[in-house]
Design a protein around this ligand. Structure first.
Ligand code: AHN
Ligand code: ZN
Length: 339
């Protein structure tokens, strides 16, 4: 009996093993079936060229700091207007003299390139093109008074939008698109100036345009601001004013990024309120507008460590990040149908 019992046990173990094996293969089969059922996302937009965007950033930085009232600022403004025109946009410039916090007059120049101006349904894409006159986040007081090159802070957003302009020339989107390069975003009072000067001294170009748009009663279906979109390991979190004024646009952009496989850059997390060019656009009801901006939760300023320092130069421009942002924005606008 004992002998038989032993043999019986071995037979049972063998049976159990075969059950486990067959269950695992069932599970594998189910996974395969599930993978076949999930439809892969099919991209609708043409391929954004990050090398091209990189070159547009390099060209801007090549002029030197684009500080308001400087020769480099004038030359870069001419280059931006000429490049938009070369890409077949209808170009309008808006000029005004604006009082700065210290009383000096700044010669503002907003540069606007429009595609399909006859279309009623429009998307507004924008970035600031001026650069900060002071590296006031440097530790060394001598460095704090020097202007920054603004490869990331300024040129990166503009470079991505110039590449999108080139793409729109080659293949028009169904909706109208207005690309606006705002001036005088980054001349807010420096941290080393302790005087109390009441007023708002950031985003002066966008504030002017939002109150005096280039087209009377201008409205866009929505707006997208690109600010500091060039650094490696950028983290685009959901900025407070964007969520407050344009929650559905935030969702549309972040969902699109996830569909394209860029979920590690477009992070589904709310993080802070940033006074930026989208604020006057929202407040003056020109468009519900979202800020795509590299926000950090582990730095004292809330921005990347090169922010408003002399390290904001071409060394921190990363083609991979430009691609993530440019392809996402293109996918959003090429998916849009005009009414
Ligand atoms: C302020 O620090 C008030 N605003 C950040 C917006 C900004 C500055 N973007 C680029 N430079
Ligand atoms: Zn700045």
């Amino acid at each position: 009996m004992k002998k038989y019992h032993g043999i019986f046990c071995i037979a049972l173990i063998g049976f159990e093993l075969s059950l486990i094996v067959s269950c695992n293969s069932c599970r594998k089969q189910k996974d395969m079936v599930r993978q076949e059922v999930v439809e892969p996302y099919i991209q609708v937009a043409p391929e954004f060229n990050a090398d091209s965007a990189y070159r547009y950033i390099e060209t801007q930085v090549g002029f030197g700091p684009r500080v308001p009232n400087s020769d480099a600022h004038r030359a870069c403004g001419d280059y931006l207007a000429a490049t938009l025109a070369e890409f077949d946009a209808s170009v309008v410039e808006q000029k005004a003299d604006i009082r700065h916090y210290d009383g000096t007059i700044l010669h503002m120049r907003n540069i606007i390139g429009s595609y399909r101006p006859e279309k009623a349904k429009r998307v507004l894409l924008f970035a600031h093109w001026d650069t900060r006159p002071w590296a006031d986040r440097e530790a060394d007081p001598d460095k704090q008074k020097q202007p920054i090159l603004g490869a990331d802070d300024g040129a990166s957003g503009v470079g991505v939008l110039l590449e999108i302009a080139r793409q729109l020339q080659q293949k028009p989107a169904d909706v109208g698109v207005d690309i606006v390069f705002f001036d005088l975003e980054d001349s807010g009072q420096p941290v080393f100036d302790a005087r109390i000067v009441p007023g708002e001294w950031w985003c002066l170009g966008s504030d002017y345009w939002a109150k005096n748009p280039h087209v009377p009663d201008y409205k866009a279906a929505y707006g997208i601001l690109l600010d500091m979109v060039g650094a490696p390991d950028a983290t685009f979190m959901k900025e407070g004013y964007s969520v407050k004024y344009a929650a559905n646009v935030v969702e549309k952009i972040w969902r699109t990024a996830a569909n394209l496989g860029y979920g590690q850059f477009f992070i589904s997390r709310d993080n802070g309120y940033v006074t930026d060019d989208h604020l006057p656009v929202n407040k003056n009801h020109r468009a519900p507008a979202v800020d795509i901006i590299n926000i950090k939760d582990d730095t004292p300023t809330g921005f990347a460590s090169h922010w408003h320092t002399l390290d904001d130069n071409m060394d921190i421009i990363n083609r991979g990040t430009l691609k993530v942002v440019g392809q996402t924005v293109m996918e959003v606008i090429y998916s849009e149908k005009s009414d």
